[in-house]
Design a protein around this ligand. Structure first.
Ligand code: FAD
Length: 439
């Protein structure tokens, strides 16, 4: 195994560490290695349902935002595969997720710093180094990059349900083909929930689909220009500088900017429902019931059925529903990976138990500053709603690269934002004048 000390060892090769590896490919003076437990690259294979589309522009790929001449851009991938003109002619409003996953796999096959089929097992910090146990033997590194993604989040009420009668959206592509249950409830009003409802409508074995969401309606992803300002480096930097209390409030308010359903998916589903109603000749039983504003409070297995009890926020009543299967499109949660357990007590946590992240995406911990632990996809409340998305992945990787190098290798300067987010000196002077005038 590696005898020399790496500058950076990465755990996990999803899009985020892959972006870091692709950016660091242009920095040969750093020795880096990334470890992935899967035998080959795969991007959320359990949600690769037919017709699934990207929610971000292909220009927000692994590298382009800060390194447009990198050979690892989406455009390089298109040219390499001789699809450049045909891709343009296809005029996608949203690119198929399958194609973007293929691009990611192409980058993963091209980079020499990646090791597949190798889990990171244990990390210990001593003498200014991280000693790392991997499936492939020991290695050591000055810095770590943790890009292990998130774990499926399952509500407490679903814990007791048998696995045969329920599954999480992360397993959908593997489970959906075997669904024989006539009545299926899908819990969760985000993009995954919508895509699963759409896929269930194709199954002959399923006679009714119930789509249940806590949100007041089936709400679209807001991808309009001023909302997209939240997905810029300038906003992220300002957001990171706010007190934690404000960051938590803002994140809650911004949920539809990151977790709504793509307008194209909503339109497609609405048309499917309309056509079903048409075929059913106006009968109410057209095989689907949409139930927003419902908060599931319990689920009891009763023989071959599951009885769901929900609170309906629209009319403040309690509702029950019997189904044969429950699909949980209930999102993901960050958990500190097991290999960091030896450092657990040395990592600073915020008020909701998440690691505190510095502006360069490294953990606040009591170890030496020259041994940084960068964590990707754990910064929703420290850096904002763009952090768990692809939107700023290339920029974040460049921030991390600059931090490792201690100089501005990637140029990161940005124009001032279009929106004036923070109070500026002259505004407070103006308000103090107004205050004086009112006295
Ligand atoms: C279905 C779906 C669609 C999405 N679509 C979009 C989109 O269109 N646009 C957008 O901006 N965002 C999207 N996102 C959000 C985000 O971009 C993705 O979740 C993205 O995959 C996050 O990348 P990641 O590298 O953090 O994690 P992951 O993709 O989850 O990768 C983590 C990797 O780490 C590996 N791993 C875990 N533990 C270890 C270990 N100990 N040792 C070695 N390897 C390990 C895992 O096997 C895995 O391969 C989507 C999310 C989902 C769930």
């Amino acid at each position: 195994m590696t005898s020399h000390v790496l500058d950076l060892a990465g755990a996990g090769i999803g899009p985020f560490n892959l972006s870091l590896a692709a950016q660091l490919d242009s920095v040969p003076q750093l020795s880096v290695r990334f470890f992935e437990r899967r035998s080959a690259f795969a991007w959320h294979p359990g949600m690769m349902l037919p017709g699934a589309e990207m929610q971000t522009s292909i220009l927000k790929d692994l590298v382009t935002a800060t390194n447009p001449t990198s050979p690892w851009s989406f455009l390089s991938y298109l040219v390499e595969h001789k699809r450049f003109y045909q891709f343009l002619n296809a005029e996608y409003e949203a690119v198929p997720r399958k194609e973007f996953a293929d691009y990611l796999g192409w980058v993963a096959r091209g980079l020499t710093s990646l090791r597949f089929g190798t889990s990171m097992r244990e990390v210990h910090a001593n003498d200014g180094l991280f000693s790392i146990a991997t499936d492939d033997g020991p290695t050591s590194a000055r810095n770590l990059s943790v890009g292990v993604g998130k774990l499926p989040a399952r509500p407490a009420w679903a814990e007791q349900l048998p696995k045969s009668m329920t599954f999480h959206s992360s397993e959908a592509a593997h489970r959906i083909g075997d669904v024989k249950a006539p009545r299926v409830a899908v819990i969760g009003g985000g993009q995954s929930g919508a895509e699963i409802v759409d896929a269930l409508l194709d199954l002959n074995a399923v006679s009714s689909v119930h789509w249940i969401s806590r949100r007041p309606n089936f709400e679209p992803l807001d991808a309009t220009p001023f909302t997209n300002e939240l997905f810029t480096p300038s906003y992220m930097e300002r957001f990171h500088g706010l007190p934690e209390e404000l960051r938590l409030i803002h994140t809650r308010r911004q949920v539809l900017a990151s977790d709504g359903v793509s307008a194209s998916t909503l339109k497609k589903l609405y048309r499917r429902l309309y056509e079903r109603k048409l075929e059913a000749g106006g009968s109410a039983d057209h095989g689907i019931s949409l139930r927003p504003f419902r908060d599931v409070i319990s689920a009891e297995q009763d023989g071959p059925e599951i009885a769901l009890t929900m609170r309906n926020g629209f009319d403040n009543s309690i509702e029950t529903l019997a189904v044969d299967m429950v699909v949980l499109a209930t999102g993901y949660r960050f958990v500190l990976p097991e290999f960091l357990h030896s450092l657990e007590n040395r990592i600073e946590l915020n008020s909701i138990g998440e690691p505190v992240l510095e502006s360069d995406f490294s953990l606040a911990w009591d170890g030496p500053r020259e041994n940084r632990i960068f964590v990707l996809n754990a910064g929703r409340h420290s850096h904002g709603i763009a952090e768990p998305q692809l939107s700023l992945a290339a920029w974040r990787s460049a921030v991390i690269a600059n931090s490792l190098l201690g100089r501005e290798h990637f140029k990161l300067g940005q124009l001032d934002p279009i929106v004036q987010w923070e109070t500026q000196e002259h505004s407070s002077t103006l308000s103090s004048h107004l205050g004086q005038a009112a006295e």
